[in-house]
Design a protein around this ligand. Structure first.
Ligand code: MOS
Length: 725
């Protein structure tokens, strides 16, 4: 087929392997690590800006309605207070939707409890906070009884046409084994450690904005759009980001408010959200309700596959948690029905939270697979092995690479999985039931356009520049490694500059695409540098061997450059090869849990993840991503849940004391196996996304282990003690 021919055409996609410098893939520590752990890396709010005012956001105390009047006079006489900004751009244009344009919500309208409606600016933070608390706001509030708040009781609308093949209902009735199960998952918060913050400076013509954001390449467009300022008059800086997990994909109110205030007042303004504000007005992951219908023949081969999900969002928002994303291709079956629907309710915007879609879709699917395995009397690992498709079941595209089977086998072996007949409630230690469970992992591979500039300096060092961000993922590390590998330099000789829109547009950090996308741009730039160097030596680029600062034999790079810097920009645009394949990361989770027979408390004793996600650029940062993902899996399985007041819809648990992310005590020894894989069709550097895969199914493995331990089949996540009992 054509895809195969394209693979065979001359291509540079194996170049990194030819370099043999031993820099790429190595578990090197982060160059930014020492500054971070010593507290000297400046995060957004840390920047010392002279003459800076402090702004505190005021948020709505009604669910839906209009701001009728804001009594600015009531606080303007308070000490230190400079201004009350209630510019309609705060309610109209600042939202966290996604790329490029901030979605328009109607000006002055309130759509959810906790929505920012004004900014109080003062000389000090304490003065601003005091005045913000005392600001009198009058609302025209809609009657609570008219406002849809409950996603279960609100009629949904279909998100798209869905996928329909064959006759699922018939498959269900004619199958040897079938399950028809409904699961619920509750909302999640991103809960990044660094709260949302911005400092804006306006010189009358140009804005300089420090902000904590994931996607500067899009954020600058969103901000220009929200403020009606030209993009070229804005400089966005975000060198260190204390976690994002989706919550900083788009701009939000603190950034817009700081800019509006700085432009109006002619002084720099800093706005830092409180933890409560981050929870109340930064996006949530939607709760879900999911129906799984699985029909299998006597051998456990799926003949019917149904996955229908309901999610929610505010009216007018485009995003719908893509619950069925990997269900589209994970298992083969002829009769298929996949359909997503959205209920419009008045909670804060629902958006991307780490691994949008699979984070909640995969656990439900994998829990249902466990029930099917039990009914069919087939080992759960074996059931999955029997249902791996050889191409995308509905689109027909081949997979770029596919390591699910290897992950299942290697994971089972390393974990010591017992493939004998399974029966719950077989092992007890004191008051604890002990059990094991497993699940597949899957997450789509995303890839984005990206640019980066690489300069080979006359002194023999290299500089990599892009407005790409490092949200704690290791971008500084891997870009230095790619350039070092390509140019024959140790990473100490490669300086990486990120997070400034004056640099070439990167891909931004999101959807696990960052490393493969912007890494490919650095690769392309280095390739061009290699061609220019080869020209100088008078040989073909293929024959050029760059090593330890030499260009072969005794020819030193510094002599070859002869006082001149060489600079090239790399522009990577996915397409030619990528479009012909279905690309995804795959893996397998294995978990051992203990469940207390009196309290219903669940503890994860042991967890193992085996993953295949293309080339590993840095073993240490890649492993850390997997550990982080598995930690999120444990949170989603056992504790994390946004709780809304049923009467007025406000978020009840809006801090880290009440929204329970796992702490060290909750995380057992976690083992990560990275299955060797190269994927030339996924990206020029043969890498796929890594960041999110670790939480795509893991909660399902824990659900299945809970059943094995104590015999409780649970259909609600998180599986808190009250539900286990
Ligand atoms: Mo991710 S949830 O796209 O940062």
């Amino acid at each position: 087929m054509t895809a195969h021919l394209k693979q065979d055409k001359p291509d540079t996609r194996n170049l990194l392997d030819k370099m043999r410098q031993g820099v790429i893939g190595k578990p090197l520590s982060r160059p930014d690590g020492p500054a971070k752990v010593s507290g000297t890396a400046p995060y957004t709010a840390d920047h010392a800006v002279e003459n800076c005012l402090e702004g505190v956001l005021v948020t709505a105390t009604i669910v839906r309605g209009e701001v009728a009047d804001i009594d600015a006079q009531s606080v303007l006489t308070m000490p230190g207070v400079v201004a009350v900004i209630d510019d309609e751009r705060l309610t109209a244009r600042a939202a966290q939707g996604g790329a490029d344009e901030a979605p328009e919500q109607p000006a002055r309208k309130v759509g959810y409890f906790g929505q920012p409606i004004a900014l109080v600016v003062a000389e000090s933070f304490e003065e601003a906070r005091d005045a913000a608390k005392q600001l009198k706001v009058d609302y025209r509030a809609d009657d609570l009884s008219d406002i849809p708040l409950d996603p279960v009781q609100t009629d949904p609308e279909p998100q798209d046409d869905g996928t329909r093949q064959g006759d699922l209902a018939h498959a269900m009735t004619s199958a040897a084994h079938s399950v028809d199960l409904t699961y619920r998952t509750e909302g999640h918060a991103s809960a990044a450690m660094e709260p949302h913050a911005a400092i804006a400076e306006w010189d009358g013509k140009r804005l300089t904005v420090h902000a904590s954001l994931q996607m500067l390449n899009h954020n600058i467009i969103e901000l220009a759009d929200a403020l009606d300022v030209k993009e070229e008059d804005i400089r966005l800086i975000s060198r260190y980001v204390g976690g994002g997990f989706g919550s900083k994909l788009g701009i939000s109110e603190e950034t817009v408010a700081a800019c509006v205030a700085a432009m109006e007042l002619g002084r720099p303004v800093r706005v830092v959200m409180s933890r409560q504000q981050v929870f109340q007005c930064i996006m949530r992951r939607s709760e879900t309700k999911q129906r799984l219908r699985l029909a299998a023949d006597g051998d456990g081969k799926l003949i019917g596959f149904g996955h229908e999900a309901r999610v929610s969002n505010l009216p007018g928002e485009d995003f719908a948690e893509p619950v069925l994303q990997s269900s589209e291709f994970l298992y083969a079956a002829e009769n298929r029905l996949l359909q997503l629907e959205v209920a419009r309710i008045h909670r804060m915007t629902a958006g991307s939270v780490r691994a949008p879609g699979e984070a909640v879709g995969m656990p439900a699917l994998e829990a249902a697979m466990d029930v099917l395995a039990e009914k069919a009397g087939i080992d759960p690992v074996e059931l999955r092995l029997r249902n791996i498709p050889d191409k995308h079941p509905s689109e027909g595209l081949p997979f770029s690479s596919h390591k699910l089977a290897e992950c299942l086998k290697q994971g089972a072996e390393a974990f010591g999985w017992d493939s004998g007949p399974r029966k719950p409630r077989q092992r007890r230690e004191g008051e604890w039931w002990i059990g094991t469970g497993m699940a597949s992992a899957a997450r789509v591979h995303n890839i984005e356009e990206a640019k980066a500039r690489v300069t080979l300096k006359a002194d023999g060092t290299a500089l990599v520049e892009t407005d790409m961000t490092d949200i704690g993922t290791g971008t500084y590390s891997i870009l230095g490694q790619i350039a070092g590998e390509m140019l024959g330099l140790p990473v100490e000789k490669v300086l990486v500059e990120l997070g400034d829109t004056r640099l070439p547009r990167g891909s931004g950090s999101g959807g696990s695409w960052g490393a493969a996308s912007v890494g490919s741009a650095v690769f392309v730039a280095c390739n061009r540098l290699r061609e220019r160097l080869a020209g100088k030596v008078g040989i073909a680029a293929d024959d050029l061997v760059l090593k330890d600062g030499t260009a072969g034999n005794d020819l030193r790079l510094t002599d070859l450059l002869d006082g001149e810097d060489l600079c090239e920009e790399g522009h990577y645009e996915p397409g030619e090869i990528e479009d012909d394949y279905t690309a995804a990361g795959f893996g397998a989770f294995f978990a051992q849990v203990r469940v207390n027979r009196f309290t219903g408390e669940t503890r994860v004793d042991r967890m193992l993840g085996a993953f295949g996600f293309g080339r590993v650029l840095n073993e240490k940062t890649a492993r850390s991503q997997c550990l982080g993902g598995i930690t999120w899996s444990i949170g989603a399985a056992l504790t994390e849940s946004l709780l809304f007041d049923p009467v007025d819809g406000h978020l009840v648990n809006c801090d880290l004391a009440e929204y329970h992310v796992p702490v060290h005590r909750d995380i057992p020894d976690v083992e990560v196996i990275m299955v060797e894989e190269r994927d030339p069709a996924a990206s020029p550097i043969q890498a796929k996304g890594i960041g999110e895969l670790g939480m795509c199914g893991g909660a399902g493995a824990i659900a299945n282990a809970i059943y094995d331990a104590c015999g409780a089949r649970l259909f609600e996540f998180p599986m808190t003690p009250d539900r286990v009992l």
